[in-house]
Design a protein around this ligand. Sequence first.
Ligand SMILES: Cc1cc2nc3c(=O)[nH]c(=O)nc-3n(C[C@H](O)[C@H](O)[C@H](O)COP(=O)(O)OP(=O)(O)OC[C@H]3O[C@@H](n4cnc5c(N)ncnc54)[C@H](O)[C@@H]3O)c2cc1C
Length: 384
Amino acid sequence: MLSFALTDEQEAYRVELARYARTKLLPAYRDRAASTEFPWDAHKELAALGVLGIGLPEEFGGTGTSPDDPVTLGMITETLAYGDVNVAAAPVQSGLVAAQLGEGGSRAVQERYIPELIAGDAVSGIAVTEPGSGSDAAGMRTVAKPVDGGWLLSGEKIAITHAMCAKTMLIYARHPGSSRSKGISCFLLPMASKGVSVAHMPGMGCLPLGWGSIAMDEVFVPSDHLVGEEGHGFAAAMHHFDFSRSALGLLCLGAARASLDEAARYAQEREAFGQKIGEFQGVSFPLAEHTTYLEAARLLCYRALWARQVDEPHTALAAMSKWWPPQVALDAIQAAMKIHGNLGYSTEFPLQQRYRDVMAYLVADGTSEIQKRIISKDVYRKAQ
Ligand SMILES: Cc1cc2nc3c(=O)[nH]c(=O)nc-3n(C[C@H](O)[C@H](O)[C@H](O)COP(=O)(O)OP(=O)(O)OC[C@H]3O[C@@H](n4cnc5c(N)ncnc54)[C@H](O)[C@@H]3O)c2cc1C
C-alpha cells in the first residue's frame, strides 16, 4: 500500500516551517506581494532555515540527501506558501538551478555558484521561453555560436522569473543550424556579462519575482559554463520540469489552504440574517467541497514526488499535478473571496493578491493544455 506519511524528521521540520510561515511570512505577505522588490530578507531567512540547500551537495552547504529530495522540497513549498506564495517559490527555483549545476556543471562553476544559492546570497533562474516560442520550447531561436574558449549567445528570452534580480541564469540556446530539440545546450550566464540587457515585464501578480525579458547580443560564455552535455540540454530541462511541476502544484495548494482557513474563521464571525454566515449551507458546503478537492490534489502531487523519489516513471503524474492542483487552488481562493463578501475583493485583504499570484501557475512552467497533452500521450501509450 502507498504511504505518503512524512518521516519524524520531515514532520518536525514541517512544524518549524509552518510556525515560521504563519508568524513571520503571512503578516507581511500582502505588502511584499505588492512590491517589485525581491524579498531578500525573507529569502535569507529561508537560507537560515536550511530550505535552500535541500537535496544539494553537502560540500557546498546542502543537505547531501538524495538528488533533489523531492518529497521534502514539496512539503517545504506547500508549507511556506501558506505564508507567502512568492517567497515559497524560491526553494523550487534555486533548487532547480543548483541541482542542474550539481549534476552537469563544471567543478569551477559548482564551487563558485552553488554555495551562494544555498546561502541565499544570490538567486538564479531558468530561461527557456522566447517571443516566438513558449509551449513549443523546441522552436527556440537563441543561438550559441562556438568561438575560441567558449560560445557567443545571441537572442531574446521573455517572461523569465528572476530576470531582474538574478546574478546568473540558465540559458537554453541552440547550435547554429540545428533544429527542434536537437542541438540545444544549457549555459550558465552571469547576468553582468557584456551584451546582456534586461527589461521588467509588469504582471498581474508575482511582482517580487523580478519577471522580465533578457536580450543577449553576442554575449561570451566560457567553455566551463556549459551545463550538462553539449546538444542535450532539452531533455535535461524536461527532467527537471518533472520535479518542479508537482512542487508548484503544492505551492498553489498551500496558498489556497491559507485562504480557506481565513474564510472559515470569517464565516464563524460574520453575521447575516441574525446568525453566523457559517451556519448557512451556502457557506459551509463550499468550504467542505474545496477542502475535499484540496486534499485530493495534494495527494496527487505527493504521489508524483514520491514516484520521483523512488525512481518510478512520473512525467504524466507531474503533468497532472501541474494542471489540476493550480486550478483547484484558484477555485478555492475564489470561493474564499466570495465568503468574505466585499472584503474579498478589497486590496486590504490578501485573498485577491493570492488569486493573482496563483493564476501565474496556470501558465508558468507549461500551460494546462500542454500538461494535458503530456498526459494524453501517456494514456494512448498505455492503451496499446
Ligand atoms: C508568471 C510567469 C512566470 C514565468 N517564468 C518563466 C521562467 O522563469 N522561464 C521561462 O522560460 N518561462 C517562464 N514563463 C513562460 C511560460 O513558461 C510560458 O508563458 C508558457 O510556456 C506558455 O508559452 P507562451 O506564453 O508563449 O504561450 P503559447 O505557447 O503561445 O500558447 C498560447 C496558448 O495556446 C495554447 N497552446 C499552445 N500549444 C498548444 C497545443 N499543442 N495544444 C493545446 N494548446 C496549445 C497554450 O496552452 C496557450 O493557452 C513564465 C510565465 C509566467 C506567466
